[in-house]
Design a protein around this ligand. Structure first.
Ligand code: ADP
Ligand code: MG
Length: 250
């Protein structure tokens, strides 16, 4: 579902991704770990067409990100096509970014109506089913400010799911939450993984990574330092940088 080969990204003179190579198979969960500033968010943004890479190859579901191939040549995608492809990828951020003047239900139903042209009634029915799925079936009429951070984040996940994405990206989805609210959000993500969703999750929740990830990738300073099954990377790390990081977060 995601194939990165030597992906590079610069901001001005500073190279932030220095050749990232990794693969995410269909239905797999990959957890990205690493210190602040190591390039995790930038990498997710590249996958989601929010940043343009400067080198290497990056493909989602067999299609190069940002380009289409025609007659053996690469053509940059038009904005309209970028928007269409981005709509196939769900992204959940640290901050929930819900529309404050719309109810939970309206937040979820919005994009399917506007982007997909779904009739509003059908979008509402589906939004209600998604609210049920994230454990908030009775909170559809609540405005974001009336919900806890954890509830807002679950609405944000439901909103992303409403577009029926083939890939979900999570960028530290529980980092802004009070500790007692983290578990409910992780539960929703765990269910999603169990249902077969392909997920790339940037997180410091080592327990979640250990339990849910197929592959754990440790990044530092724009490179993949090591990757492998959770037991290998988390319990028997090979590299000093990984050991040092884990000793801080565990
Ligand atoms: P992480 O998510 O691992 O904390 P980021 O991908 O956010 O790391 O950032 C990696 C590096 O890239 C940081 O040094 C950050 O300051 C820099 N960076 C990120 N976005 C930009 C930008 N738009 N312009 C310039 N530098 C950026
Ligand atoms: Mg980040």
């Amino acid at each position: 579902m995601v194939l990165a080969e030597g992906v590079r990204k610069r901001f001005g003179l500073v190279e932030v991704l220095k050749g990232i190579t990794l693969e995410v198979g269909r239905g797999e969960v990959v957890c990205l770990l690493g210190p602040s500033g190591s390039g995790k968010s930038t990498f997710l943004r590249c996958i989601n067409h929010l940043e343009r890479i400067n080198g290497g190859r990056l493909a989602v579901d067999g299609q190069l990100v940002g380009y289409r191939e025609q007659g053996g040549k690469l053509h940059e995608l038009r904005e309209k096509e970028v928007v269409r492809r981005r709509a196939e990828i769900g992204m959940v951020f640290q901050r929930f970014n819900l529309f404050p003047h719309r109810t939970a239900l309206e937040n979820i139903a919005e994009a399917p109506v506007l982007v997909r042209g779904l009739p509003r009634r059908e979008a509402s029915t589906r939004a209600q089913a998604l609210l049920d799925r994230v454990g908030l079936g009775d909170r559809g009429d609540a405005y974001p400010a009336q919900l806890s951070g954890g509830q807002q984040q679950r609405v944000a996940i439901a909103r992303a799911l409403a577009m029926e994405p083939k890939l979900m990206l999570f960028d530290e989805p529980t980092s802004a939450l009070d500790p007692e609210l983290v578990g409910d959000v992780l539960d929703v993500m765990r269910d999603l993984a169990r249902d077969g969703m392909t997920m790339v999750v940037v997180t410091h929740e080592i327990g979640f990574a250990r339990e849910v990830a197929d592959t754990v990738v440790f990044m530092d300073d724009g490179v993949v330092v090591e990757s492998g099954p959770p037991a290998a990377v988390l319990d028997a790390p090979q590299h000093e940088r990984t050991k040092a990081f884990l000793s801080k977060v565990l």
